[in-house]
Design a binder for this molecule. Structure first.
Ligand SMILES: [Zn+2]
Ligand SMILES: [Zn+2]
Length: 275
């Protein structure tokens, strides 16, 4: 079993699927390449990006500061992350984290006969921050940073207007998002971010999330734009109290989950964030 596979999605755009558990994206501009997320860090990312894009500077960005998306940051000198996830981006993985990652992400791969090298996650020596409205210009591709606090306080989406692409990290998925982990925002804040993304629905053709499981009825790694309003409206119904969800025990807490036409939202009923 391969540790990773590279899937071409469009001219100059690839997904890198690492052990079927996390997805990174590579965009090849005329001047620079973009690597969005560094996954668990089992992939030799410099070599992979070079093989796709040739010798050119690589801009490395994290969609957010969770370990399934930034553990390969130590392969690079500089990694960019949304400003409010900068603190998390210096974190050193603890023995408890190792156990958790083993159970949540690695066990299935090894149980199916895959073998993994020793896990060596770590931060980049320099964490550079991105703010709302910042632009990442590669030559031929220009990404606008959209701050979307929610799943994590520093979650960002990247919008490429000309090619009508939106990269959304963990903000929305084809199955229920673990929307309120320990460091996540109040759900009403998350909902505002989803509302904002929904305003981009008519301006994008493809939405690229940071996790993927097949089959789900959509072309690989690409969600239809209407997922943006489905999540905004579905989460609004939780915040307003109209959708009370169903019990969803998670992390030892009495979480709940509201399911949408696509995906859903796992949330903490004590953290809606409104009086
Ligand atoms: Zn996450
Ligand atoms: Zn994730």
């Amino acid at each position: 079993m391969e540790i990773y596979k590279i899937v071409p999605l469009s001219d100059n755009l690839w997904a890198i699927d690492e052990i079927g558990k996390t997805v990174m994206y590579v965009v090849n501009g005329t001047e620079k390449a973009l690597l969005l997320d560094t996954g668990f860090g089992f992939v030799p990312l410099r070599e992979v990006v070079r093989s796709l894009c040739g010798e050119k500077p690589v801009v490395v960005v994290n969609s957010h500061g969770h370990g399934d998306h930034n553990s390969g940051n130590n392969q690079f000198d500089v990694v960019h992350v949304g400003r409010f996830d900068e603190p998390a981006s210096h974190a050193i993985v603890t023995p408890e984290d190792r156990v958790q990652f083993q159970q949540m992400f690695f066990e299935q791969f090894t149980a199916q006969g895959g073998s993994l090298p020793e896990w060596n996650p770590g931060p980049a020596p320099c964490v550079a921050v991105l703010c709302d409205g910042d632009r990442i210009d590669l030559g031929g591709y220009s990404f606008e940073v959209l701050e979307c606090p929610g799943h994590s306080p520093g979650s960002i989406a990247l919008f490429e207007e000309t090619h009508r692409w939106l990269f959304t990290g963990d903000l929305l998925l084809t199955w229920e998002v673990w929307g309120q982990l320990e460091g996540s925002t109040a759900l009403c804040v998350y909902q505002k971010s989803l509302e904002r993304l929904a305003q981009y629905e008519s301006r994008v053709d493809k939405v690229f999330p940071a996790h993927w499981v097949d089959p789900c009825g959509f072309p690989p790694y690409q969600l239809p734009p209407r997922i943006l309003s489905l999540y905004a409206q579905g989460t609004a119904r939780i915040v307003s109290g109209e959708d009370k969800g169903v019990p969803y025990p998670f992390g030892g807490k009495p979480m709940r989950c509201a399911f949408f036409e696509i995906g859903g939202m796992v949330y903490d009923p004590t953290r809606i964030g409104l009086a």
